[in-house]
Design a protein around this ligand. Sequence first.
Ligand SMILES: [Mg+2]
Ligand SMILES: [Zn+2]
Length: 178
Amino acid sequence: MYKKIKAAFFDRDGTLIKDVSYLSDVKQIEVLPGIIKFCLFLQSLGYKLFVITNQSGVARGYFDEQFVEKTHQYLFDIFKKKGIVFEKFYYCPHHPIDAVIKKFLINCSCRKPKPGLLLKAAEEFNIDLKSSLMFGDRSVDIDTGNTVGCKSFYIKNFIINNFNKIEFEKMICKKGSL
Ligand SMILES: [Mg+2]
Ligand SMILES: [Zn+2]
């Protein structure tokens, strides 16, 4: 059987880029310090990178899906120039209560902390979730990763404190999955 890949899933706002609360213009994009270096490091360990993001601004009518896709293309290009490839950007446009756009008013299975987007990625890219990682700045991110067996980390601990590569490698290698 075709070998499963290991993934590093990243939350978007507050993790890869500055959280400006419902980003609605690509001019607001600011990649957070240390992220480029960290992504390059993960790639060097053989992880494929993905983005997993809640974008309820779509449901709330703040911006449309086209804008989210444009933003993701823009982000893809920024990282690509630095040698980093995000395989795919997955987002949830829904909200169960505050949606003003009717079709997005659902209690979906993809809004974090529900694991729908991770499961979809795993199916589309043949990912072994148990040897994969999830990074985020909020507890919903950590909960989402843990639900499907990913090792999950608050990114701030690693980035802001200038993470120690050796220690980090030891930690993610605990189960000998690398
Ligand atoms: Mg976030
Ligand atoms: Zn959803």
